[in-house]
Design a protein around this ligand. Sequence first.
Ligand code: ZN
Length: 254
Amino acid sequence: MKYLKLSLIAISTLIMLTSCEQKAKDEVKTDVTSEAVEETKVKSILTAEEQAGMTPQEIIGRLKKGNENFINNNLTRRDHSAQRRKAMIGQFPKAIVLSCVDSRVPVEDVFDLGIGDIFVARVAGNIENADIVGSMEYATAVAGSKVVIVMGHTACGAVKSTIDKVDAKSLGMNSLADLIDEIEPAVGETALDGERNSKNAKFTNAVINNNAMRTVKNIREQSPTMAKMEDDGNIIIVSAVYDMESGKVNFNVD
Ligand SMILES: [Zn+2]
């Protein structure tokens, strides 16, 4: 009996030791893996040479590739601390994106981009105004960005409110009423059979697309400088719509 007891103690001690050894091995393995992950993280940011070396078409191609990474849940790992330090020297972003304020549209993630990669301007319904166009002139004519994207998105509340003629003024929101007025022409311009309300998804999506295209047209009209840059082939101004369900950005590249 005593012998049996001793044997049991010996076996359990052996099991404990083995499991400790395995745990130690796992910890080492985890360390090695996290080191490897650290190594693969992007630590650099866009340089002036890289910005200068890309054509507008190439940039759109890269943005599309980045969007594929986002759709496939395969975002680039970034060392934000290292990138933040390098970004102190200056910025050479390749594009400016005008997006709606919607919290479900994480612009940098949507294109798999990070610090120093793009300018982002945001306003509900992605409409243009003097301040937005001024920011775009800075991004392109001063800071060297070569692509301007006006990106609407499916299920846009600002567009839906405009379609449904929400009376924001009567609710005491005069500025929101002004914003809705800015989107309204896109509703008027959208010819489509069926009900003209936001329950009609086909109609709503057509207005969302037209609203983004209309903003591009207005930007060209409001900024002769950017219109000329585009005519000369130095920049591209393009509209797009982000599909919230699939994650895909559909460009209206003509
Ligand atoms: Zn929106």
